[in-house]
Design a protein around this ligand. Structure first.
Ligand code: GRG
Length: 296
């Protein structure tokens, strides 16, 4: 397998690009811009942009970097909203007080809205990407954010119907988490001009990876991980999650089946020997380590 590209270096390039994409903090309206810098430049792992860069396989040109940042702008917008008192009512995010606490609820909502606006602007403004790719990326993003994606997943999560079936919860996980991973890898593939067969395989990969990542996020919500997450834990204590529905044996089964599916789809897409596969394997180590620590 190809050794992973230098992830630390890629992450620092993503951070530099994110900084470039936002108006400076000193630019009026300063309070809003400061809130955006605060929310975006905290300790995020930048996993979604890294997936785009590695799927695109030309990690360091400026248009790929800018397109890779789109998913991070949207992800950050969603985290800001998710933390609000009317949603999860969280206090900590990315190792510091949530944006609505450090600034105000109105600033947080407007910062989130402006991140979404910026995301579409970045796609439209990318000079080296052809118009048909931009249209495909924008349409995909609109689907991912909308009522069949993040927004729909969030409303279902907030309503928390007490007896969710496993397949309903898996669908919810796809909407809350998997679909933005899907957008990230598929955007990378589109930038390479890869065909429908590859996009289909990456879409299936992302569904499996999103399920794993959300299951992992559920595990991190356990108090065992209070020192390590940089955000509130036990937010899901009253919610139905796969962890609360599954027996430990089923959790192990789900982890191993989804990992097998993710590997198989990466192979189908031609990425099995790639840096993308190496990054994914690193994530699997983290997922399996968390499961082991929780004894599942
Ligand atoms: C309008 C974009 C938009 C969203 C509205 C609020 C909302 C609907 C959706 C929230 C969805 C949500 C918060 C899902 C959880 C996703 C998740 C697993 C977050 C943790 O991701 P990490 O670990 O976080 O990658 P960092 O901080 O490292 O980036």
């Amino acid at each position: 397998m190809t050794p992973p590209m230098d992830i630390v270096h890629l992450k620092s390039m993503v951070n530099a690009t994110l900084l470039e994409l936002m108006p400076a903090q000193e630019t009026s309206p300063t309070h809003l811009h400061q809130g955006m810098h605060y929310a975006l430049l905290g300790s995020g792992k930048r996993l979604r942009p890294l997936l785009t860069l590695l799927a695109a396989n030309v990690a360091t040109d400026s248009h790929t970097l800018r397109m890779a940042c789109v998913s991070e702008l949207v992800h950050t917008a969603s985290l800001i909203l998710d933390d609000l008192p009317c949603m999860d009512d969280a206090t900590m995010r990315r190792d510091r007080p949530c944006t609505h606490i450090r600034f105000s609820e109105s600033t947080a909502i407007l910062a989130s809205t402006n991140f979404l606006n910026l995301a579409y602007g970045v796609i439209a403004d990318c000079p080296n990407v052809d118009a048909s790719t931009k249209v495909a990326v924008s349409a995909h993003l609109s689907h991912v954010i909308g009522s069949m994606g993040l927004v729909g997943g969030q409303i279902a999560d907030l309503q928390n119907h007490p007896v969710g079936t496993k397949s309903a919860i898996e669908q919810l996980y796809h909407q809350k988490t998997g679909c933005l991973f899907e957008f990230a890898v598929v955007t990378g593939a589109r930038l390479r001009g890869l065909d429908a067969e590859v996009i289909d395989a990456l879409t299936r990969f992302a569904r499996a990876f999103g399920l794993l990542f959300q299951l992992y996020d559920d595990m991190l919500d356990h108090s065992t991980f209070v020192q390590e997450t940089g955000k509130d834990v036990q937010q899901d204590a009253a919610k139905t999650t796969l962890l609360s529905l599954y027996t430990p044996e089923e959790v192990r089964g789900a982890l191993s089946n989804a990992q097998a599916m993710a590997r198989e789809q990466l192979r189908r897409a031609g990425y099995d020997e790639s840096s993308l596969a190496a990054l994914v394997e690193q994530q699997f180590v983290a997922f399996n380590g968390a499961a082991q620590r929780l004894g599942v």
